[in-house]
Ligand binder design. Sequence first.
Ligand code: SF4
Length: 347
Amino acid sequence: MTRKIKVGNIFIGGDAPITVQSMCNTDTADVDATVGQIIALENAGCDIVRVAVNGKETAKALSEIKKRTHIPVVADIQYDYKLAVAAVENGADKVRINPGNIGDRGKVKYLADFLKERGVPVRIGVNAGSIEKDLKQKPVAEALTISAERHIAMLENAGFYEIVVSLKSSDVRTSVAAARAFSAKFDYPLHIGVTEAGTYQRGLIKNVAGIAPLLLDGIGDTIRISLTADPVEEVRAGRMLLKSLGLNDDSEVVSCPTCARTAIPVSKIAEEAEKLLAGTKGLKVAVMGCVVNGIGESENADFGVAGGIGKSAVFENGKITKTVENNEISNEIKSLIEKYKGKNEKV
Ligand code: SF4
């Protein structure tokens, strides 16, 4: 099991639930825009958000951003340890910085002592694109592991151990191999994902291909589905991935793939149900295109609908409870969600 690291009011690693992260693509100094995006991410179920901090004004903006948002905020710093200090003084809950980029050992020690006193952890993030020159000849996964090891040693030499690590490449196999090699050697929690994965659909597939095998092996403590898309989509996808692996208890909609027997607009109804279920726990709602196979195929759902010509069957816990006109299906699902909401939530 990995070490448990505290980030603001939540934990990464150990027995803590796997968290979903994203990163703002607003100008961090634009407080209203950044707060707006963080709130949208929170509503989608984001656990931790990262923002780029590239100057003193930006670091200062964190103080107002923190006041108006609720989830831990990670300050992404490239080189300047003073900016890391300023970010934490303004409320950052974690800092992403590679100690090897800071410069001399004295500065690393200063930052490590400061963060230790504040109880703020560090994410070391090594990426295939920025690997040290002397490691370039090695296989990339091995180079990433050695690079992470060097950055870790710098913090450990300064007596600092509150560390989360990511080793990423835009290549799926490399990202997986690096995470496996690292976790065989270290017990620091791992942030996993495939970086620069691409636009929405390709990025989704690459990230799932890279993250799922690790999670199934028990590797990975926090995830980011990195997409060239709205960060809210990263969070939705991250939560759905955890749900499909049985790693969270979010509600879900099961829907049939549709065929010539389909009697209702399954896709539209299922998407509406997805929206209504956002943020709820433990419910399974089925939207099936016909009664022929629909009910049997969705026996495990709490409730659902199976389409018919003109009228559709509504079922609860595997039994038909009534039929409704097809134009009433959405309203019926809405009221059933209200009825069942909270039923499976752990209070
Ligand atoms: S549930 Fe009915 S409509 Fe949907 S795919 Fe199966 S047979 Fe076709």
